[in-house]
Design a protein around this ligand. Structure first.
Ligand code: C2E
Ligand code: CA
Ligand code: CA
Length: 764
């Protein structure tokens, strides 16, 4: 036990003991008066009076001591001295009473003696009660009283003194024990209370420490769920003064919400709870607090709170990012799929009311490339807003990526609604967009899939809508198409073609068909265009329009293109030196790093004059990545290779490209030539193209010349060269040339020039 605790116990024992002094004084004086009455008839009145005075004086001293202590400033009185005084007064009181009883025993009759004995017993019992916190004080009193009792006993003539003595001794023992037990209990009570106080202080210290260390704060409620002793931190977080918070109903701090109802429930039941997030408004701003609480044994509730507003905002932001497209604010693919899945799930066995529209913007890539990504982004946003205006609030619009969008329509009449919406989209997207003062024309192609089969899952539906979109684009864009089961087989077919095309190169199934190009001034063949053919072992002859797009999509075109340049090089090596070969280049090829190397390598390997190799490109090349492509074209031209602009007149800003790169040749597209004899406009266009290229010092080649009339007109207008079915007699129908030599991989420089001189003669 610590010194401090000892001092506390000592003080409280004294105070407890003196606390009974007034009652003890009154009881003692009344009992003494009773005793005096009993003894009075036996005379000794002076002695009895003196005795009474002594008793009253001692009682007064005890009460006096209590009053003095109360009045004294805290800590001014020495508890040890007061304890000794109490013990002394008890002894004095005991001696006074013991003396009185001894005197009474000597003078009283046996009947009176019994009254005195009962009085004595009562006084001793009262002493134990009054001195419950100071057993020694009780003993000091009881000792002399017991001795006085013995004297009285022995001097009085009783019938059975022994039995009474045994009874009295027994009673005394019980009292002594009671006195010590009562004192021990009193001390234990103080010790427990002090222990509790200590731990409460420790807890408070820890809590203070916790508040100081973390951004959280402690709150405490009374059993009526009102705030008690709000900390500075709590008040600060709530944006109110601590004094206003004190006594406030805790739930009233929070905004109405299911979480608030839950909090109310916890508080009513005085239940512990954890991590309950609640919305509240502080100074007009929305906040979130997260609370945990634990009831205390006294029926209060103590808890921790933290402001989780930032965390909530971050969570909301992450959630938004995970589900919405940052640029357009539309739902993203994941969110769309999730909703579609759920909607399909709710449809049950035979879904009928869901339609998916997949759409993309026509020519978006070229707009993005030519006008820059910021404009492309704004076009996407503007298109998104138009889509949102077209659909109803219950439909879901998403951006799947790039210029791809999807719409989910949940409606009983899904097919009809989907058609109407698709029609409106096509119409709306046709209207020009005004961005940065620029009118931008685009358009939309839409593919529609309906949830008709019970096995329809989100992935299958998206695939179907995509296939329908593919069809809409094939139909010429700016329209919509529905999914049809045949599309799936067509897609499968495409996949098959793709797989077979991968092996076609190695299996030497690809070969060139050389179409002659005739000089119109001399009527002589000056070269030929290499047109790719796929001699498929099962499918027969497959035309480039069928497989080149697949090769471009899969990137296989790079490998095929490298092979083509080598093949043309090998052919050139066998042809007379005045003949040239034109090879078609795909835009994808121009972006591959190896193109220049392949050309250089081919020229070196076959020892050919570079100008005999002509590369035909279309305007699409410039739509991809203007700067990179134009750099590569310049490098090719620096090597000495000729560059021709193919399909001239079919693109939409041709003149600009003519300015940006010095082409050697312009090839007038077949569509103008075929209409030469019928349409005045076509004649005018061709005439101006010829004039344009003459003034730019370029050669003009008319493509698709089929009739002598067309040829005569072109000659008269001064067109330089022509090619087409009209010159079929000069056509070189090359058999598939089996290069590379069987087994050698494409790109292997060891391949040899094979058959061909006979054909070369025919071209010449
Ligand atoms: P293109 O470069 O415009 O080729 C001319 C196309 O017109 C060829 O079709 C040719 O067969 C066809 N043609 C030629 N004269 C006439 C005519 O008098 N009347 C008609 N109606 N058509 C005529 P083809 O061979 O089917 O090639 C189609 C397209 O495939 C080519 O158009 C070219 O863009 C591409 N292509 C062909 N070979 C290759 C190649 O090796 N590489 C790349 N990247 N593309 C190629
Ligand atoms: Ca061509
Ligand atoms: Ca062409």
């Amino acid at each position: 036990m610590t010194m401090a605790l000892e001092a506390i116990i000592r003080r409280e024992r004294i105070e407890d003991c003196l606390g009974h002094a007034p009652r003890a004084a009154i009881g003692g004086i009344i009992n003494a008066a009773l005793g005096a009455v009993v003894m009075w008839h036996a005379g000794h009145h002076g002695l009895i009076g003196l005795w009474l005075i002594v008793i009253v004086a001692i009682a007064a001293l005890r009460v006096g001591l209590q009053v003095v202590r109360r009045r004294a400033a805290p800590g001014r009185r020495d508890d040890r001295v007061d304890a000794r005084l109490i013990h002394g007064l008890s002894l004095l009181n005991g001696i006074a009473w013991g003396g009185g009883i001894a005197l009474g025993g000597m003078v009283a009759s046996p009947g009176e003696f019994l009254t005195l004995a009962a009085l004595t017993g009562g006084m001793m019992g009262a002493a134990v009660l009054i001195n419950g916190s100071m057993a020694c004080a009780a003993l000091f009193y009881m000792g002399p009283v017991a001795i006085g009792g013995l004297i009285a006993w022995s001097s009085n003539r009783l019938d059975s003194p022994l039995a009474g003595l045994v009874l009295a001794a027994n009673y005394l023992l019980i009292l002594v024990r009671g006195a010590f037990e009562s004192e021990a209990q009193f001390i234990r009570r103080i010790e427990t209370r002090e222990d509790l106080r200590d731990s409460a202080q420790t807890v408070q210290l820890l809590l203070n420490e916790f508040e100081a260390q973390s951004s959280d704060w402690i709150w405490q409620l009374d059993p009526e769920a009102r705030i008690t002793s709000p900390s500075h931190r709590f008040a600060e977080a709530a944006g109110r003064a601590a004094t206003t918070l004190e006594g406030c109903e805790f739930v009233a701090l929070f905004d109405d919400s299911p979480a608030r109802a839950e909090l109310g429930d916890h508080l009513r039941r005085g239940r512990a709870f954890r991590d309950l997030s609640l919305p509240l408004t502080i100074g007009g701003a929305a906040h979130w607090w997260t609370l945990s609480a634990q009831p205390t044994p006294t029926g209060e509730l103590r808890g921790v709170a933290s402001d989780t507003t930032e965390q909530r905002r971050a969570e909301a932001r992450v959630n938004h990012l995970a589900n919405f497209d940052e640029l357009t604010e539309l739902a993203n693919r994941a969110h769309f799929n999730h909703h579609l899945d759920r909607a399909l799930g709710e449809q049950g066995e035979r879904p009928t009311g869901i339609a998916i529209l997949c759409l993309d913007l026509d020519r978006f890539k070229s707009i993005n490339d030519s006008l820059g990504h910021p404009i492309g982004d704004r076009l996407l946003c503007a298109a998104s807003r138009r889509l949102e205006e077209i659909v109803r609030g219950t439909d879901l619009v998403a951006r799947l990526g790039g210029d791809e969008f999807a719409i989910m329509i949940a409606d009983k009449a899904a097919r009809r609604t989907a058609d109407a919406v698709a029609g409106r989209i096509v119409e709306a997207m046709r209207n020009p967009f005004l961005i940065d003062g620029m009118q931008i024309m685009t358009g939309a192609s839409v593919g529609i899939a309906l949830a008709e089969q019970p096995d329809c899952d989100a992935a299958a539906m998206m695939k179907r809508a995509d296939l329908a979109l593919y069809r809409a684009k094939a139909l010429g864009r700016g329209c919509f198409a529905h999914f049809e089961p045949e599309m799936e087989s067509a897609a499968r077919e495409r996949r098959m073609l793709e797989i077979e095309l991968r092996s076609a190169l190695g299996a030497a199934e690809l070969a060139f068909d050389y179409q002659p190009i005739v000089d119109l001034a001399s009527n002589l063949t000056v070269g030929c265009e290499a047109l790719l053919r796929w001699h498929h072992p099962a499918r027969g002859l497959v035309m480039p329009n069928r497989f080149i797009p697949i090769a471009e999509e899969t990137g296989l075109i790079v490998q095929i293109g490298e092979w083509g340049i080598r093949e043309a090089g090998a052919m050139l090596a066998e042809l007379p030196p005045h003949l040239r070969i034109a090879v078609n280049l795909s835009p994808v090829q121009l972006q591959s790093a190896g193109l220049v190397t392949t050309v250089l390598h081919t020229i070196a390997t076959f020892g050919i004059e570079p100008h005999r190799l002509e590369l035909e490109i279309t305007e699409n090349v410039f739509l991809q990545d203007n700067i990179v492509n134009s750099k590569i074209l310049h490098r090719l031209r620096d090597i000495g290779v000729k560059i021709a602009l193919d399909d001239f007149g079919t693109g939409y800003s041709s003149l600009n490209y003519l300015r940006s790169f010095p082409f050697d040749k312009i090839k007038i597209d077949r569509c103008f030539i075929s209409e030469l004899t019928e349409r005045e406009e076509s004649r005018n266009i061709v005439r101006s193209i010829i004039g344009l290229s003459q003034s730019l010092g370029m050669i003009t080649t008319a493509e698709g010349v089929e009739h002598p009339g067309q040829l005569a007109w072109l000659k008269a207008e001064g067109c330089t060269e022509a090619q087409g079915f009209l010159f079929e007699s000069q056509r070189v129908a090359l058999q598939p040339r089996l290069r590379p030599a069987a087994g050698a991989p494409a790109g292997d420089a060891t391949w040899q020039a094979g058959a061909g001189p006979a054909i070369a003669r025919r071209i010449a």
